[in-house]
Ligand binder design. Structure first.
Ligand SMILES: [Zn+2]
Length: 99
């Protein structure tokens, strides 16, 4: 079982959370160049990374807060959690294991 450390509620089972998507994608500006390809990429195209990945989760069966979670997609280990505007970084040992 994955345990996710909600900043408001403390460590909780992942069953209380809902995955909300890739937190590394940046929404393209609306109305600018009308670059439809950029919007299609933002909405539909997803990477399938191996290793550390930053994701949005929501504590739907708790405080309902949106969180940012740094997770290892191989081991499913939760490395760090924070509020959506947090810059999550892995400890040096985790970064060295990436590859
Ligand atoms: Zn919570």
């Amino acid at each position: 079982m994955l345990m996710i450390d909600c900043p408001f509620c403390g460590p909780r089972s992942h069953d209380e959370f809902s995955y909300e998507g890739d937190a590394t994608k940046e929404r393209p500006a609306i109305g600018g160049d009308g670059d439809m390809a950029a919007h299609l990429d933002y909405v539909y195209m997803r990477d399938n990374p191996r290793g550390l990945h930053v994701e949005y989760w929501q504590h739907v069966n708790g405080c309902r807060a949106y969180l940012k979670v740094l997770r290892d997609t191989v081991s499913h280990q939760i490395i760090a959690t924070g509020l959506p505007d947090a810059e999550l970084t892995a400890p040096l040992a985790e970064q060295e294991g990436e590859g």
